[in-house]
Design a protein around this ligand. Sequence first.
Ligand SMILES: Nc1ncnc2c1ncn2[C@@H]1O[C@H](COP(=O)(O)OP(=O)(O)O)[C@@H](O)[C@H]1O
Ligand SMILES: [Mg+2]
Length: 297
Amino acid sequence: MIKTNDLTKKFGSNIAVNQLNLDIPEGEFFCFLGPNGAGKTTTMEMVEGLRKPDGGTIKIFGESPWPRNVGILHRIGIQLQASAFFDKLTSIEQLRTFASLYDVKAGGAEEMLELVGLSEKAGTREDKLSGGQRQRLSIACALVHDPDIVFLDEPTSGLDPQARRNLWDVLESIRERGKTIVYTTHYLEEAEELCDRVAIMESGRLLALDTPANLVEGLEAPTRVLLKHGVLAVEAARRIAGVETASDENDLLTITTRSPGPVLAHLAENVSLDTLQVRTTTLEDVFLHLTGREYRE
Ligand SMILES: Nc1ncnc2c1ncn2[C@@H]1O[C@H](COP(=O)(O)OP(=O)(O)O)[C@@H](O)[C@H]1O
Ligand SMILES: [Mg+2]
């Protein structure tokens, strides 16, 4: 559906997107993950045909999106910023207006409102919706003409945890409709939970591209077991069969092991597990490994 070859964009001397090679197949839930300024939005805008690349090529449905390719517009849906709604219209009116712009049947408007869980807000004016509801409405607007690919740029940014969860459900239902989703986030756990493949970006470069599971497995990092300080002596922890390292930091005893089963069984027999936590590898560890730095959103 989307293929880029050495895609590059510069703003003055700042290389916002640096020789990006992507190949996104139909039906994939594809995620650009990276901290602010990584180049996610610039990449999306070039693929959507809103921004001219400085180097490399893009094909979307086998065609070049630039110069402005009207032929692909009805096949892509772009989530607009929530501020891009029409003034003073209710939710359903917003959708009907978008539908008419695309010359599609307005019946799709009710269906989309239902899909994003806003049926009860059909008659509510857009400026009376909560942040999460506005995000869902803007996603419905991007879908109302039934595009093949949907582009969503940080749709969950700034939402409270519950609203984010609700939006995840919406994204899952869009995926179930067979849409290709191209999506950006700076939330690591979101990319891990939702996406088929994740492109980890930083400073315009692609650091890694794979399924979350492969990225995490590729690290071959040990499992970490955390115990409250004082439950077990560091020396005793080091003597447990299967323990690689044990260290005492910040009131926590941290044990690393590649055989968590036997180690946990040993701990269960010998110490109180009330405060025990097990931490498996996450995309956060992958980022740390790739950049040598902690991930900062
Ligand atoms: N219109 C612009 N003019 C100048 N620099 C820009 C512009 N848009 C983005 N940039 C720069 O390009 C880099 C990538 O930005 P962006 O694509 O918005 O990152 P992200 O979406 O990952 O936060 C940043 O260094 C940003 O400052
Ligand atoms: Mg951005």
